[in-house]
Design a protein around this ligand. Structure first.
Ligand code: CTP
Length: 410
């Protein structure tokens, strides 16, 4: 979309509720970015949040007295909490702790933040942050699903190093991504559920082509881009089938996932998931597979000084899908990972495979593309192109969904 974050957030009244987690310090940067985009920001903090960051820091950045208690007589006299709930045009909870999510899901209103959330009619977005075991716990998953059913937007969390030194999903999204997601959600129709009624099939990750019971041919795709697209589409109301190669990623909330290993299995799962409206092929599908899988481990002595492998072509799933026979597809989106001459190869694939859109990125650049959290991409369609500058994959996924929607409606 050509509208900037500032175009969308300028003058918007944002109520930022800060939960009690170590990531509360990152909420300061969220305030700074919202203010820079022209938003008015009122901060409310839970008791826990005040143990991590002093309200005065938020006051300095937001330019408003921070609300900290339901029982503050002078604050209530100035603007009562119900009035404040009405004042908000957007509520953002960052960081949203497991405890806060549970309270919101079940309608508790025992303190200022939960009361404001229950009293407001403004759209609510939550940016969770917690330990990865807490995030993965069925109780938290159920609470998140419940909140999403009610139209609450969930931004993140991201996968990465957590405060306690462990790694996994649970890290608060970067302030830049939170603000961008907030802007993109505000810009879309129906409180961000602009893909309601649309079915999308997404492939993600690598495929593994087995050589023998212990070895395979694979590639370095992490699946992160495809998972981010699936998460974003589901959040925006699409019914999403995610066909995943071997990756270590959690299933995004609201997404139906099928795990596969080889290109052949991926092809079968893709066609089993049809009919659909949109196909997004982010998977790095192996182009070749061993002619035969050895039933026993191939011994070192099998090939003497060297070993020749006989490989055969795998089915080109994207090209087959793009023929659209019995698929109902209105939009077919391919990805192209190239090490050089990105635009030329991508445009060629767009034409050769009869795609509606192709998204290309350069691989082999440190910090971007495969295995990375960031990406920079350029999309081509028959009549145009759009560049996406380097950003976290979650944010690019949002922007890409905007483009997909535009192309679907074109
Ligand atoms: N793709 C596919 N099935 C294959 C190979 C690729 O569906 N057997 C899809 C990928 O999911 C991606 C697109 O095709 O959306 C481009 O993949 P890429 O490997 O870049 O292109 P190829 O067509 O395989 O061409 P080359 O490897 O020669 O660049």
């Amino acid at each position: 979309m050509s509208t900037s974050i500032a175009d969308i957030l300028n003058g918007k009244r944002v109520l930022l509720c800060v939960g009690g987690g170590i990531a509360a310090y990152k909420a300061l940067e969220v305030v700074r970015r919202l203010r820079a985009a022209g938003a008015e920001v009122q901060v409310a903090m839970t008791a826990g949040a005040q143990r991590f960051v002093a309200p005065l820091s938020f006051q300095a950045l937001s330019g408003r007295t921070v609300r900290t208690s339901l029982w503050d007589e002078s604050a209530e006299a100035a603007m009562g909490h119900i009035e404040l709930a009405r004042w908000a045009q957007q509520v953002l909870i960052a960081p949203a702790t497991a405890d806060l999510l549970a309270k919101l899901a079940h309608g508790f209103a025992g303190d200022l933040v939960t009361t404001l959330c229950l009293a407001t009619t403004a759209p609510i977005a939550v940016a969770p942050a917690m330990n990865h075991c807490m995030w993965r716990h069925p109780a938290t998953r159920a609470n998140i699903a419940l909140l999403q059913q009610r139209g609450v937007r969930v931004i993140g969390p991201e996968d990465g190093l957590l405060a306690e030194g462990e790694s996994g999903p649970g890290r608060l999204s970067e302030p830049e991504s939170i603000v961008a997601a907030l802007a993109s959600g505000s810009a879309t129709h129906g409180g961000g559920r602009d893909l309601a009624g649309v079915r999308m099939v997404v492939t993600a990750g690598p495929t593994y082509e087995d050589l023998d019971p212990v070895r395979y041919l694979g590639n370095r795709s992490s699946g992160k881009m495809g998972f981010a697209i699936a998460a974003s589409a589901a959040r925006r109301g699409a019914e999403v089938a995610l066909i995943a190669g071997p990756v270590h990623l959690d299933t995004p909330v609201g997404v139906q996932r099928m795990n596969v290993r080889s290109a052949r299995q991926m092809r079968e799962a893709v066609f089993a998931a049809m009919p659909a409206d949109i196909y997004v092929g982010t998977a790095a599908v192996a182009d070749f597979a061993p002619l035969a899988i050895a039933p026993q481990k191939i011994k070192k002595t099998a090939g003497g000084e060297g070993l020749k492998l006989e490989l055969v072509r795998t089915p080109d799933i994207l090209a087959e899908v793009a023929k659209r026979e019995d698929t109902g597809l209105k939009l077919v989106v391919g990805f192209a990972a190239e090490t050089d001459d990105v635009a030329r190869y991508a445009k060629q694939k767009l034409a050769d495979k009869h795609l509606d859109l192709i998204v290309a990125n350069r691989v082999g650049v440190p910090g971007c593309g495969f295995e990375s959290d960031n990406n920079a991409m350029i999309a081509f369609w028959p009549e145009g192109e759009k560049a996406f500058s380097e950003a976290p994959k979650a944010r690019l996924a949002e922007e890409l969904i905007d483009l997909i929607l535009e192309r679907l409606q074109a």
